[in-house]
Each structure stands twice: as structure tokens, then as C-alpha cells.
Design a protein around this ligand. Structure first.
Ligand code: C5P
Length: 300
């Protein structure tokens, strides 16, 4: 058994997010296009005594994150050990965070997906990525996509995935908020104010991605949760305006927010957008990234 495994996990941005009606458990039917981006967390898993599951965070938002059984990464490690029916397993996890916490970029889900892969490798369980997918879906709606990576359509709760053909690389600038948004709170605001939509993915977006036409992708970005995120955090409207006025090809709240994602025409353009956004007091920090990138990966 190797003693240490390192895994890199991407964040996600939703290029389209259509929200339909709810199922019996209150989950919404979604039609979404995910893209994995190069802003990512790093997970180090080290062997620990049987039954010992430990977690330490460093970096972005580390002080605010629980490290007990409520943390999705710990739940992922325990779920995997249970799944294989082994009581002799344990792990000590160290996670370096770059993905914003409660930012709509699947930070918690990324750590859970990375933990599944890291522990499965550390414990030499011989499970394929496909075999990890049902466990990922049990942990949360964004977890399966983080294992898959690239660009993909997500339907159902967001866990039924179909990889998408895209051309080229897309350059993103992200504006981070001072405070996070709770995903359930944003969905609740959506339910209070909005009738369920069709969950069909816009054809313009699919074609623009296939053609690698960044301007057309920018014009086709959409998010049904955006108005609800703005209702809960009104400064987001101003952030979106700044990005658009600075020449972004498109700008949206990503997922349930509050992070705003702006598509740039080039890497140099993404720097310009970052400079324009960084001076706004409503923006805590800016990050740049490109996509699509691979899903969770074991590092050499
Ligand atoms: O699946 P996950 O635990 O990441 O979802 C977080 C919350 O987001 C859920 O508790 C629910 O309020 C909301 N959600 C939803 N419909 C989905 C996915 C998430 O209502 N398809």
C-alpha cells in the first residue's frame, strides 16, 4: 500500500443552468452544462490507523470549514470504506483550498470527489472511475461531474452526465464575493419567486461550444438561478455590470452563486477583466482560470 496519494480536483462553472420542477425529495430537475476549470483544490491522503478519519484544511476559507463528520470529504472517505465493507481502513486528509467556499463552484463537492479517488487509490481498492460514480451521486449533485471533468450536460438532479464535444480553450475571470450563498437558500428563493422552467439546454450554446466560438458561447451563457442569487446578494448585479462594461464576452452568476464568471476572448483579455473587477469594493478577490480541464486526477 502506498503511504501518500495526491489528487488534483477542478472547480466547475455552469455555462447554462435550467431549473425545472421538484421531485418527491424536493430536488429540482436540472438541465445544465458544466465545464471543469483550472482553478482547483489539492487533496493529500495519507494512511492512518483503522477507523481513524482526519481532515485538515489550508488556504481559501480554511478557517470556516468543518472538519468533523459533517464535512463532505470525511463523509466520502467513510462511504467508500463502508461500500467495500472494510473496518481496517483509515485516512488522514490534508486539503489545500483554492476553490471559493460556498461560491457556486462545487468546492465542497470537488473535495468529496477528490477524496473518493484519493482513498480508492491509497487503499488499493481497484475501483474504476465508473464504479465510484454511484457513490459520488450519493454524496451530492455536483460530485459526479468533478470526477468526470471536461464539459458535460447534466440532467436529472445534475448527476446524469453526457460528455460534450467542444473546441479550443475558454478563458475565465471569476469575481468572488465577500460572503457565500447557501445553495438550498437560493433554490428556496427560486421556488418562492419563479415558475419551473423547461430544462432544455439552449442549442446556440451547444453549437457555439462545438465550434469553439467564444463570443457565441459568451452570448449564450444563462442561469435560471441568477435572479434568485441577486435577490439574496444585490451587489452581484453591479459586479456583472462591471464585467460586461469591461468587455466580457458574457457574464453570469455561476451555479447558485455568488461567484460571477466572465468569459474572456484571450488570456490577456482575462487579465484586463480581472483588473477592472478587482477595484470594485463588492468583489473580495478575482481569479483567472481556463477550461475545459480533466476531472479529478491522481498526481505523480
Ligand atoms: O446535491 P447537493 O447536496 O449538492 O444539493 C445541495 C442543495 O441544493 C439541496 O439540498 C437542494 O436544496 C438543492 N438542490 C436542488 N436540486 C438539485 C440539486 C440541488 O434543489 N437538483
Amino acid at each position: 500500500m502506498s503511504n501518500t496519494v495526491r489528487v488534483r480536483v477542478p472547480a466547475k462553472v455552469n455555462l447554462a443552468l435550467r431549473v425545472g420542477g421538484t421531485d418527491a425529495q424536493g430536488y429540482h430537475e436540472l438541465g445544465t452544462v458544466f465545464q471543469a476549470v483550472s482553478l482547483g483544490d489539492e487533496i493529500v491522503a495519507e494512511a492512518a490507523a483503522p477507523g481513524e478519519f482526519k481532515l485538515v484544511f489550508h488556504g481559501e476559507g480554511a478557517a470556516f470549514l468543518p472538519v468533523d463528520d459533517t464535512n463532505l470529504a470525511i463523509r466520502a472517505a467513510k462511504l467508500l470504506a463502508n461500500h467495500v465493507g472494510r473496518t481496517d481502513l483509515g485516512v488522514s486528509l490534508t486539503i489545500r483550498k483554492r476553490i471559493p467556499v460556498a461560491g457556486g463552484m462545487a468546492g465542497g463537492s470537488a473535495d468529496a470527489a477528490g477524496t473518493l479517488l484519493a482513498c480508492s487509490t491509497l487503499w488499493e481498492l481497484g475501483l474504476s472511475r465508473d464504479e465510484l460514480q454511484p457513490l459520488a451521486a450519493e454524496l451530492g449533485s455536483d460530485v459526479p461531474f468533478i470526477l468526470l471533468g471536461g464539459t458535460a450536460v447534466g440532467t436529472g438532479r445534475g448527476v446524469e452526465l453526457a460528455p460534450m464535444m467542444t473546441s479550443g480553450t475558454f478563458h475565465w475571470t471569476f469575481a468572488l464575493s465577500h460572503t457565500g450563498l447557501s445553495t438550498p437558500a437560493v433554490f428556496k428563493e427560486f421556488d418562492r419567486t419563479t415558475a419551473p422552467n423547461s430544462t432544455e439546454i439552449p442549442l446556440e450554446l451547444v453549437e457555439a461550444l462545438r465550434a469553439g466560438d467564444a463570443a457565441a458561447v459568451g452570448a449564450a451563457l444563462s442561469n435560471d438561478l441568477q435572479a434568485s442569487a441577486i435577490a439574496l446578494q444585490p451587489t452581484l448585479e453591479h459586479t456583472l455590470r462591471i464585467g460586461r462594461e469591461a468587455g466580457a464576452l458574457g457574464g453570469i452568476v455561476t451555479g447558485s452563486g455568488p461567484t460571477c464568471a466572465f468569459l474572456a476572448g484571450s488570456e490577456a483579455h482575462s487579465h484586463e477583466l480581472a483588473e477592472a473587477l478587482a477595484v470594485f469594493s463588492g468583489v473580495r478577490a478575482v481569479r483567472r482560470a481556463y477550461g475545459p480541464v480533466a476531472g479529478a486526477q491522481v498526481m505523480a
